[in-house]
Design a protein around this ligand. Structure first.
Ligand SMILES: [Zn+2]
Length: 269
C-alpha cells in the first residue's frame, strides 16, 4: 500500500513552470533558478504536493526578481511548426504563417508571414525565420533607439541583433548594444524597456540603485514593464537549438523549512 502522494515531475505555480526534484536527503524545500532560467523545486521525500505548491507560491516574487536581475528569458519555449496557419509574433502581434511558392524569401505581406515552401520543407526553416527577425530588427530598432538615447544623452556606438541565449540585451566592449532577435516578438513598449535598460548600462554596468534611477528617469513605469516582460517573455519562440544547455548553470537558490506552508527565510540572495 502506498502511503504518500507521489510528487509530480513538474508543477505550474502561477505562471511559473517548475521541475520537481525529490531528494531523500533533504529536510527542507528549496527553489533553484538555473542560469538558463529553468526553475527547480527541491523537496524532501514524502513531501505533500499541495504544501509544496503553497510554499512555492509564496516565493513567486522572489523568483521573478531573480529572473529580472539576470535579464533572463523564461525557460518556456513553445514549439513551432512551419506550416500554414502557425502563429508567429512580431512587435506584439501574432501573424499567421503562409507556406507558399509565391515568394523567394521569408517576408511579411498584408499581415501574413510568407515562407517559401522549399524553406519550410528544408532542413532548418527556423534559421530562415530567425534571419528574418534579425533583418527586421536591424531596420526597425535604430529608429526606436534614437529618441531614448537622445533623452538619456547617451551615444551607443552601434546596434546588433543576435542570439544572446538567455539575455534580452547586452553591451559589447566598445559601447554598442546587442539585442536578442527574439525581442522583436515583443510589443514595442517592452522593447523600449530593453533598450533603456541597456542604454543605462552604458553608464552603470551593474544593477545598482543608480542604474535603476537612470532607467526610472525616462521610464517611470519601468517596474510594470519589467514584470510584464517576464510574463510575456515566457510565451516567445526562441528558435530551435538555442545552445542554452551549453552554458554552465549558475544557480541561485531560495531555501526554507517546510513548516505547514509557512514562508521561511530565503538564503542565497
Ligand atoms: Zn541589466
Amino acid at each position: 500500500m502506498s502511503v504518500a502522494t507521489a510528487l509530480p515531475d513538474t508543477m505550474l505555480i502561477g505562471d511559473l513552470h517548475f521541475q520537481v526534484r525529490e531528494s531523500p536527503r533533504r529536510a527542507t524545500v528549496g527553489i533553484t533558478v538555473d542560469r538558463d532560467g529553468a526553475l527547480l523545486l527541491h523537496a524532501p521525500r514524502q513531501c505533500d504536493p499541495e504544501t509544496l505548491a503553497t510554499w512555492a507560491y509564496t516565493k513567486r516574487m522572489w523568483v521573478y526578481r531573480k529572473l529580472a536581475e539576470k535579464d533572463l528569458l523564461l525557460s518556456a519555449k513553445p514549439d513551432k511548426e512551419f506550416v500554414t496557419g502557425e502563429g508567429f509574433a512580431y512587435l506584439g502581434r501574432s501573424h499567421r504563417l503562409l507556406v507558399t511558392d509565391d515568394t523567394d524569401v521569408v517576408r511579411m505581406h498584408r499581415g501574413r508571414l510568407l515562407m517559401p515552401r522549399r524553406v519550410a520543407n528544408g532542413h532548418d526553416p527556423g534559421a530562415a525565420l530567425i534571419r528574418w527577425y534579425r533583418q527586421r530588427g536591424h531596420q526597425w530598432l535604430p529608429g526606436r533607439l534614437k529618441p531614448w538615447a537622445m533623452r538619456m544623452s547617451l551615444t551607443p556606438t552601434g546596434l546588433d541583433v543576435r542570439d544572446l541565449g538567455y539575455r534580452w540585451g547586452s553591451l559589447n566592449s566598445s559601447g554598442g548594444l546587442n539585442i536578442h532577435w527574439a525581442a522583436l516578438q515583443l510589443p514595442p513598449t517592452l522593447i523600449d524597456y530593453i533598450l533603456v535598460h541597456e542604454l543605462a548600462h552604458l553608464t552603470h554596468p551593474q544593477h545598482t540603485p543608480a542604474f535603476w534611477a537612470t532607467v526610472e528617469r525616462v521610464l517611470s513605469d519601468y517596474e510594470r514593464r519589467k514584470t510584464e516582460l517576464l510574463t510575456v517573455g515566457a510565451q516567445l519562440w526562441l528558435g530551435s537549438g538555442s545552445g542554452l544547455s551549453a552554458t554552465r548553470p549558475q544557480r541561485i537558490t531560495a531555501a526554507g523549512s517546510l513548516v505547514r506552508g509557512e514562508a521561511s527565510r530565503q538564503v542565497g540572495e
